[in-house]
Design a binder for this molecule. Structure first.
Ligand code: RP5
Length: 167
């Protein structure tokens, strides 16, 4: 187990506090797997200078992945990826107006040369981005690799043990 005080390896950022309801699922997964992480609101539109500073300092501060969630005109993941080579995992937040299709299309359609790994809309995307970040870290962090393997085994066992949906 990595020390809870260890420097963050993963940054979870989101365009607004209102995205936390979704992005908390990423934080919960990282917490459960013992992955040191930080959580910040960083808006592409409302705090662009902070976005640039965050991206520019990410690698030097030891971040190995950035999970970026945003909704609507979701420019945060793409702009982070434009400013850092640290892998950016984009989570489309489910918007009220268009159910997150706007967020998904804003995040996924990056031009060649500036990649963002794009996940499912909403809670599942946030959870999977965290699991993916843990998988990226696993080769260099045996404790994370073990936690990830145990999670997968537990998940499989639970499904196998509850195969009859009538019970
Ligand atoms: C985006 O606008 C945020 O990522 C959020 O999903 C959406 C709405 O933001 P609020 O108006 O709730 O702050 O930038």
């Amino acid at each position: 187990m990595l020390s809870p005080d260890a420097a963050p390896l993963v940054g979870i950022v989101m365009g607004s506090r209102s995205d936390w309801e979704t992005m908390q699922h990423a934080a919960a997964r990282l917490e459960a797997l013992g992955v040191p992480h930080e959580v910040r609101v960083v808006s592409a539109h409302r705090t662009p200078d902070l976005l640039f500073a965050y991206a520019e300092q990410a690698r030097g501060r030891g971040l190995r992945a950035i999970i970026a969630g945003a909704g609507g005109a979701a420019h945060l993941p793409g702009m982070l990826a434009a400013k850092t080579a640290v892998p950016v995992l984009g989570v489309p937040v489910q918007s009220k107006a268009l159910n997150g299709l706007d967020s998904l299309l804003s995040i996924v359609q990056m031009p060649a040369g500036v990649p963002v790994a794009t996940f499912a809309i909403g809670n599942a995307g946030a959870a999977n981005a965290a699991l993916f970040a843990a998988a990226l870290l696993a080769p260099e962090h045996p404790a994370i690799a073990r936690a990830l393997d145990e999670f997968r085994t537990r998940q499989t066992d639970e499904v196998l043990a509850n195969g009859d949906p009538r019970q």
